[in-house]
Write a protein that binds this ligand. Sequence first.
Ligand code: ZN
Length: 261
Amino acid sequence: MNKILVQDLLSWLDLQLKPALFQDYAPNGLQLQGKPEIKKVITGVTASARLLEIAAERDADAVLVHHGWFWKGENPCIVGSKFERVALAIRHGLNVIGYHLPLDAHPQWGNNAQLARVLGLVPDRVDDGSGLPSVFGRGGLIWSGQLPPQVQTLSDLGHTIEAVMGRKPLLIGNTDRPLRRIAWCTGGAQGMFEEAIDRGVDVYLTGEASEQVYHQAVESGVAYVGAGHHATERYGVQALGEAIAQQFGVNVEFVDIDNPV
Ligand SMILES: [Zn+2]
């Protein structure tokens, strides 16, 4: 297995994911410095204490996640469980690397792109020949497209999600009504439902739900699917990890720590 400098990995990640283009809620890139060289990377959705413990047990040098630390608005002091996480990472020399919005949005390895891949959604593309997805909504984070041929109704979509993702989704809307167009944004994008409704799609798919989305769905006639924040964001960091393994020849392992939310 190969060994690379942390700095080389970070430069490559920044080049691919272009964090400077995003107004994010947490720092992207290296959040905590560890060993200067990397042979093994553990990827996961969230840099929780459990993920760090597993990374330490497996002798990893870095943890790469979608949900890192130091979120806007949280207490910045390193106390309590935040201290425990930081101490654990420092004790084991783990580099903690996080990419949030850039990893939702990436046209190939991003969460939206990878959710489309696993569910068979066909994204709309911009018609400039670039092959890039046509995105909309705040920050260009919502994708739209066609459902796979076997998915005709909301009930079909629910079954497909359950079969592929191993989790029963929350479905709001008439389960028998035919669906043609879908919009999706992984994670906690319930606040963008209205933008999807305005776009004229038949169904909106995201991770979480809030109380108000029920009424928005009933009143607009646009169906709503909550397929899990964690569940919808498992695929981007995995795809990015595979790309890192291919690019650098280092050992990359994805660790899925079940999360019902
Ligand atoms: Zn998220």
